[in-house]
Design a protein around this ligand. Structure first.
Ligand code: MD3
Ligand code: FE
Length: 238
């Protein structure tokens, strides 16, 4: 048999030869290895700039007094438990960085990749890519011991999809249901370069990161320790 038959062009994907798009739940599409290593390195370089200020990476303090182990820097709108503001009034009062145009374009490409891939048949979702305009990004940094408890993202006044990009160490992602923070849920490993889009019936599902696996980052992703996750959102605020 020829190599052309063994490796048809449309099935040869990324450096890591990952699987294609997978529908994890209605509206929730996982695309392993969506970002190239070069794109990952470029984004990691931007992350280095964002953390220089005006607002530093910070671990938010929850209303009960507990501090999160994940540290975050925001773009477009600053998130604090549990609202969006234009100034980081819980950190240093400084204005949040602008939401970059390249990230709007990347968000549209992500929504298109997820919902035009054929794994999600909802036409309302596949029509979204051209108009999708995220205006806030939470950029989370996880060091070895960091985790994020089960929660819903419901501080936005929009049901537009959330786009998630992972870079660095592999983590365990727990995708739950819209009713309770407990079972049933689906556990998925997220690797460096993975895309996940959460729209439709999945937009208000509980989810969390039970753990990251230290020193599992893909060689050449640009991050030597830990994990970065970018989530783009439409706040519906002005
Ligand atoms: C499902 N971040 O920032 S990304 C968050 O990896 C957050 O840092 C995690 O949860 C992280 O709020 C998980 C996956 C994710 C993000 C947003 C969602 C899943 C989602 C919104 C709705 C449903
Ligand atoms: Fe979340």
């Amino acid at each position: 048999m020829s190599e052309d038959a063994l490796f048809p062009l449309e099935l040869v994907r990324t450096e890591t030869n990952d699987a294609g798009p997978r529908l994890v739940a209605p509206g929730a599409v996982h695309i392993p290895g969506w970002l190239t290593l070069e794109q990952q390195r470029w984004i990691v370089a931007r992350f280095g700039e964002w953390t220089q200020g005006p607002v530093p990476l910070r671990a938010a303090t929850l209303p009960g007094g507990h501090q999160m182990s994940v540290r975050t820097v925001c773009l477009g709108w600053h998130w604090q438990p549990y609202r969006y503001t234009r100034e980081a009034t819980d950190v240093n009062g400084r204005p949040v960085l602008d939401f970059p145009d390249w990230m709007v374009r990347l968000g549209r490409k992500a929504v298109d990749a997820a919902y035009a891939s054929g794994v999600e048949s909802d036409q309302t979702l596949s029509a979204l890519a051209t108009t999708y305009t995220p205006d806030a990004a939470l950029v989370n940094y996880y060091d070895d011991g960091a985790a994020m408890g089960m929660h819903q993202d419901k501080d936005e006044r929009s049901n537009a999809p959330v786009v998630s990009l992972s870079i660095g160490d592999t983590c365990l992602f727990r995708f739950g249901n819209t009713h309770t923070r407990t079972k049933p849920y689906t556990d998925v490993k997220l690797h460096s370069g993975d895309l996940f889009v959460f729209g439709g019936a999945s937009r208000f599902a509980y989810h969390g990161i039970p753990k990251v696996f230290p020193e599992t980052a893909a060689d050449g992703c640009g991050l030597s320790r830990g994990r970065i996750n970018i989530t783009m959102r439409v706040t519906g605020l002005s």
